[in-house]
Design a binder for this molecule. Structure first.
Ligand code: ATP
Ligand code: MG
Length: 578
């Protein structure tokens, strides 16, 4: 490919609306152009990267025994009603009508469609197990499509679905996918951590996410991980050992005490001269329009997704003062936030495990400017029936597996695997006949990889102030040959010679044949991120060219006759790793 012919326009300025590095560089280096919010054209350089990622994904999926197919993007409402997700999915599901006024959706994921396919095609256990996958554009009307390809509204995903006769089969299919995923990300040049996760809208019990850990502030996930063992989890799922501290007050007896305007944990600790850990904190949430009161020890924090999942909710937020007022009126009580407590409140109350151990503690009693001090469970008030882990695990708390310290970092989720069980097959009545002639719903799993997000994650991981540093296996091209001065006959001739030789050796090469200053061409080469640059400049008079490796910055002078062999070696040894 000649640079003068390439459909690429680099920009010197960082686009104002691009917050994260990968978004900035993809625009500046001419990989993508936005059509409208969260929707991009993938230009030739980008498309080459996607194809590389996809080929690695396809290769490993095929090797694992999965079969590729392609399902429709436009899907009728009826199928989504069968699974109950037409209602449950919310605004992310892009809904539209066809010319006959029939309601449709753009596929955000394909559990419904694949389950329907299986239902009509798989009737016997003899046809199982099977794993089917596709690579396709997905559409989700994301609330905040602001990080370029990391969170688009239209994006490319590989999604696979396994069907098994029993749980044992599912476990096996799940492990095969876990192994394939590990290979896929290594081959893409990405170090990932497999972490336990929240199953979110897809549902099911066991699920893991594959996280690229980054220092850049681009991940929307925090990952808790053990500094000693392999324990790791998304914060919305991760557990830790309950921090030990003083959890009992020193009140002589239980008493309702006047606490005018004393609302926050900090104010209460000062007022009563106690530790935050001797207070039972009560928080009011709205989960799918219903009021839920959550209790936790005063020194700890609620993890909202854990709470939401415990009660099988879809959306959660903290209640407004108005909503709290309304609740209190319904309960014939009067109290503002800060004075709320579990006793006598007409709402679902969920207690975190941490409150069980409280003794002689302080708690709100649903009266303004008052608190109960010296409270004990079973004496002054009852421990709620629902007790669960709804606590946020924090840095420096201890690992539940090995007791070592936990740390937290930012992560980008590039893929995930879910055990769905019969969540979809049971609802959609998708069954097979087992060995004994009985009818059973398929036991399913689903497995996603964000192709476009993986490419963006690689940039978050590998870049510098000058541009992208692609891992060799997913770079759009392997090498760029830059004649410093295209008017110089010798430089021009040698550059063309090297370029031809590289192509003959199946190396993906670009020749920068543009009549620009060398500095401009070097800047573009670094920005676009060619893994290797061969520069043909003045030293060609002595027969030498320069070879620069983008990832390491390593730069050597080498005879033009040795250059191709040297570069082919660098490229192949990198590619062999993948
Ligand atoms: P997230 O929590 O980031 O929204 P998700 O749990 O909704 O992700 P899945 O539905 O499991 O993701 O999709 C599988 C994969 O598709 C994800 O691991 C991610 O790599 C990718 N993906 C999901 N949403 C987007 C998006 N809006 N833009 C780009 N890639 C995405
Ligand atoms: Mg999502």
């Amino acid at each position: 490919m000649k640079m003068s012919k390439m459909f690429v326009q680099t920009l010197r300025e960082t686009p104002a609306d691009a917050e994260v590095v990968s978004h900035q560089l993809l625009i500046r280096a001419g990989y993508i152009r936005m059509l409208t919010s969260g929707i991009y054209s993938y230009l030739p350089l980008m498309f080459r990267v996607f194809k590389k990622v996809e080929n690695i994904v396809r290769d490993e999926m095929d090797k694992s025994g999965a079969q590729e197919l392609l399902m429709p993007i436009l899907q009728p409402k009826e199928v989504w009603e069968e699974s109950g997700r037409w209602e449950a999915y919310g605004k992310e599901l892009m809904r539209l009508k066809d010319r006959h006024d029939r309601e449709m959706a753009l596929g955000p994921t394909h559990e419904e469609i694949i389950t329907l396919l299986a239902k009509n095609q798989i009737s016997s256990y003899k046809q199982l197990p099977i794993n089917l996958y596709q690579v396709q554009s997905k559409f989700r009307d994301e609330r905040r499509p602001r990080f370029g390809l990391l969170r688009g509204r239209e994006f490319i995903m590989k999604d696979a679905y396994s069907f098994d006769v029993d749980e044992e089969g599912l476990d096996k299919a799940y492990n095969v996918m876990a192994q394939a995923y590990e290979k896929i990300f290594i081959r893409c040049g990405l170090d990932t951590k497999m972490v336990r996760s929240d199953s979110g809208a897809i549902g099911g019990d066991v699920s893991h996410e594959y996280m690229v850990l980054t220092e850049t502030d681009c991940g929307e996930n925090d990952v808790v991980f053990c500094v000693e063992c392999d324990y790791a989890g998304n914060t919305n799922r991760a557990e830790s050992i309950l921090p030990k501290c003083k959890t009992d007050g020193e009140f002589k007896e239980s008493n309702i005490v006047d606490t005018p305007n004393v609302k926050s944990i900090e104010e209460l600790t000062k007022f009563f001269n106690i530790e935050p850990s001797a207070i039972c904190k009560s928080l009011v949430y709205i989960v799918d329009k219903k009021i839920v009161v959550a209790l936790i020890r005063g020194d700890l924090t609620i993890e909202e997704t854990k709470l939401k999942n415990f009660i099988d909710g879809n959306e959660i937020r903290i209640a407004t003062d108005e909503e709290i007022k309304e609740l209190m009126e319904k309960s014939n009580l009067t109290a503002e936030a800060g004075f709320i407590g579990p006793k006598g409140i007409k709402a679902q109350v969920i207690a975190d495990e941490s409150v069980k151990g409280l003794k002689n503690f302080v708690v709100g009693v649903n009266q303004n400017d008052k608190h109960l001090a010296g409270a004990n469970w079973g004496v002054d008030l009852d421990l709620p029936k629902s007790v669960a882990d709804i606590r946020l695990a924090q840095r420096d708390e201890l690992c539940i597996k090995c007791n070592a310290k936990l740390d937290i970092t930012r992560g980008i989720e590039v893929g995930n695997i879910f055990k769905l069980g019969t969540k979809y097959s049971a609802k959609m009545n998708a069954k097979f006949t087992d060995e004994k002639g009985g009818e059973k719903p398929y036991i399913m799993g689903c497995y996603g990889i964000g192709i476009s997000r993986t490419a963006a994650a690689a940039i978050e991981k590998y870049h510098d102030k000058d541009g992208i540093k692609w891992p060799m296996s997913i770079a759009p091209y392997h090498v760029i040959v830059v004649p410093v001065n295209v008017q110089d006959e010798q430089q021009w001739a040698v550059a063309n010679e090297l370029y031809d030789q590289l192509k003959q050796q199946n190396i993906e090469a670009v020749l920068d044949d543009r009549e620009y200053r060398a500095g401009v061409k070097f800047k573009d080469a670094d920005l676009i991120g060619f893994p290797v640059r061969i520069t043909v400049g003045k030293t060609i008079k002595e027969g030498d060219v320069e070879v620069k490796v983008r990832m390491s910055g390593e730069q050597i002078k080498i005879s033009k006759d040795e250059a191709v062999k040297h570069v082919v070696n660098i490229i192949n040894s990198e590619l062999e790793k993948s």
